[in-house]
Design a protein around this ligand. Structure first.
Ligand code: SR1
Ligand code: MG
Length: 419
């Protein structure tokens, strides 16, 4: 246990002093006087340090009392670190080995010490570098199925889930960021919005598109009211770290109870944006075509693996209040249970596509953009890539009902890409 001290943002000098007495850390790293500390955070919100000692390394992540990407004009409470810690523990239990292990949590300092993932790199960077990751679809599909199913009333004991629901209901501030930045800002004039020059007419067309705004409103209602399972809450390709064979999920500070399709949709939407960005990322045409195909295969494979793992969990771990084996298997109607699963997966698939489409809008028209597009130096090329992604996102938001499987999504992506 660390002694309680009032919060202060730490730096490479004060961090080792703060953590020197943290139980177990010296065993993991070696003596504190030999630690080397570097600040490496490049995310939107927090400080991130790598601490290297003679025996090993860890990451220390500290929340700042404001949004780092904007500055102290956007104050944020430190509590997000508390929710991130609880989410890391729960998601890690539901898909063991897929999240960094937590070694210390200092609530007062909003500081989490966890595994340093090496040689992993952020998935976005890997997708921009054209790397093929043969295990990623299976690992991400399984991660999504395990965490979403095991955190829901299909699996968890009711009292446990309701207690957890109450705990994460406190993550008001970060949910508020998503409510504004994802579901509202891209569809109206907001001082937080930013666009690539050349997209002005496209942004105005979105603001005037009543059908699209109705779809955004319906998705926002789902996000805010359907407390189905514990979500990561910000599951994009900057929240996954990869090697050629392994992947880890990081940064669940936006965790809350929401609709299953939200995490899946955010991930698939980011893969689709990586697909549309390839045209501006400078690989030669042949290599690019093959890589674009692989990204679409990855997107399809994540959903297929999710569905497969979800079905397996449905058959073997449906012990929660919504499991309802009494109505089906216990009454001699095993087929009824399969029909209930198929209906649920159709529902999640529809939500997934809508959330994917809205994620694609907010990353192009809102505050928080993505490096896949931002690193395209030629603004005309960038705007063209983004325009195609917006067209795809619109179809996903408005026609989610019409796609029966992810291959149809890939077909549409190819035709939008080549139009
Ligand atoms: C002010 S925070 C902006 C974005 O960064 C985070 O990663 C979330 O995606 C959030 O919407
Ligand atoms: Mg993050």
């Amino acid at each position: 246990m660390l002694d309680k001290r009032p919060y202060e943002p730490l730096d490479v000098g004060t961090l080792p002093r703060r953590l020197a007495t943290a139980p177990g850390l010296a065993d993991r790293l070696g003596p504190a006087e030999h630690w080397r500390v570097r600040e490496v955070g490049d995310g939107n919100l927090n400080l991130v340090f790598i601490i290297e000692g003679p025996l090993g390394s860890v990451i220390a992540k500290q929340a700042l009392p404001y949004a780092r990407c904007v500055g102290d004009s956007w104050p944020l409470s430190l509590e997000r670190s508390y929710f991130e810690y609880h989410a890391l523990v729960r998601l890690g239990q539901r898909d063991p080995g897929r999240l960094p292990q937590v070694h210390a949590f200092d609530q007062e300092q909003a500081l989490i010490v966890m595994d340093y993932l090496a040689p992993h790199v952020i998935l976005r960077k890997s997708l921009m570098a054209g790397e093929v990751l043969p295990q990623l679809d299976r690992q991400m599909g399984q991660y999504l199925a395990r965490t979403l199913f095991r955190g829901s009333d299909f699996a968890l004991e009711t009292a446990h889930r309701k207690r957890d629901l109450a705990l994460f209901a406190g993550n008001v501030e970060l949910c508020g960021i998503s409510e504004d930045l994802i579901f509202t800002d891209p569809f109206c004039v907001s001082p937080r919005n930013r666009i690539t020059p050349g997209l002005e007419e496209d942004a105005a067309a979105v603001r005037a598109d009543r059908d699209l705004k109705l779809a955004a409103a319906a998705l926002k209602r789902k996000f805010a009211t359907r407390a189905e399972t514990l979500l990561h809450g910000d599951f994009h390709s900057g929240s996954v770290m990869v090697t050629a064979q392994d992947s880890r999920v990081i940064d669940p500070e936006f965790a809350f109870y929401g609709p299953m399709g939200f995490d899946i949709g955010a991930f698939l939407g980011n893969l689709l944006m990586a697909y549309f960005a390839q045209a501006g990322l400078g690989a030669d045409e042949r290599a690019r075509g093959a890589y674009e195909d692989w990204i679409l295969q990855l997107m399809e494979g994540v959903w297929t693996s999710f569905e497969k793992e979800f079905a397996q969990l449905w058959r073997t771990e449906r012990s929660g209040m919504l499991g309802l084996a009494e109505l089906f298997e216990d009454s001699g109607d095993a087929q009824g249970a399969e029909a209930a699963r198929a209906a649920l997966l159709r529902d999640i698939w529809r939500d997934t596509l809508g959330f994917a489409g809205i994620e694609m809008h907010r990353r192009i028209l809102g505050l928080a953009h993505i490096p896949e597009f931002e690193t395209i130096a030629d603004e005309v090329v960038r705007a063209d890539c983004e325009r195609r992604a917006l067209a795809m996102g619109r179809r996903l938001m408005l026609q989610a009902d019409t796609f029966s499987d992810p291959r149809q999504v890939s077909r549409l992506a190819r035709s939008v890409r080549l139009a």
